[in-house]
Design a binder for this molecule. Structure first.
Ligand code: SF4
Length: 182
């Protein structure tokens, strides 16, 4: 006689549980690895650049946080640091650089000009880079002290650790009109 328990997906459920457990472990491990291997791309436009150089020097030693190595190709970077004032003419360039970075990627607004336009409240200045690209962490100050930037890196590390990281993040392939077989 058939029971209502027959056909319950017991094995599938256990498998899903195991997959969920493994995914959790993978996510934590990848989060840990990624937060300590930040390759920064400094998009430096103005006077905050002096503090960027100080922060990156041996005295403040951003290598303690795994974020010492600047890359000057966006394709090799995962942390875009926007350092200084961004004007409207530069906005498309910044967007293009962000788009060229591979996922996963994060953005820091370094100083009040990048965060909100600062005291350049005029038609030529982007009033905060979050109007054109997503921002993960804001560092206030004009310019920010190196300690503030290190605080920002630590905040970002916490955020990265708590994000969901997949071993393989499959996204649907784009459909190309007139591609093979069409
Ligand atoms: S926040 Fe201050 S120091 Fe930094 S770019 Fe703007 S004006 Fe210069």
């Amino acid at each position: 006689m058939a029971s209502e328990l027959d056909g319950l997906p017991v094995i599938a459920t256990r498998r899903e549980e195991a997959e969920g457990f493994l995914q959790g472990l993978v996510s934590k491990s990848l989060g840990w690895a990624r937060k300590y291997s930040l390759f920064t791309y400094p998009f430096v436009t103005a006077c905050c650049g002096m503090e960027y150089m100080t922060m990156a020097s041996a005295r403040y030693d951003s290598d303690r946080f795994g974020a010492a190595m600047p890359r000057f190709s966006p394709r090799q970077a995962d942390l875009l640091m926007v350092v200084g004032t961004v004007n409207c003419k530069q906005a498309p360039i910044l967007q293009r650089i962000y788009e060229q970075m591979a996922d996963p990627k994060w953005v820091m607004a370094f100083g009040v000009c990048a965060s909100s336009g600062g005291f350049y409240d005029n038609y030529a200045t982007v009033q905060g880079i979050d109007r054109i690209i997503p921002v993960d962490v804001y560092v206030p100050g004009c310019p920010p002290r190196p300690e503030q930037v290190l605080d920002g890196i630590m905040l970002l590390q916490k955020k990265i650790q708590n994000q969901s990281h997949k071993l393989i993040d499959r996204k649907p392939l784009p459909v190309i009109a007139g591609g093979p077989g069409r």
